[in-house]
Design a protein around this ligand. Structure first.
Ligand SMILES: [Zn+2]
Length: 60
């Protein structure tokens, strides 16, 4: 199964191994539904969500 990226409205990006026809998964942070990012290449970085997990970053 391929890895897909899902984005939640809380800004969380989740990478999951899911079936191709999976449209949504449950966000592990807020338990809301995260929707599949169909075209990661066109995903705008200016949203801020991409870097929102600064706490897990190795650099300070
Ligand atoms: Zn969420």
């Amino acid at each position: 199964m391929p890895v897909y990226e899902f984005k939640c409205e809380c800004g969380e990006i989740i990478e999951e191994l899911v079936r191709m026809d999976t449209k949504k998964i449950t966000c592990p942070k807020c338990q809301k539904s995260a929707t599949k990012i169909l075209s990661p290449c066109t995903f705008s970085l200016k949203g801020g969500g991409w870097f929102a997990d600064g706490y897990s970053s190795t650099k300070k």
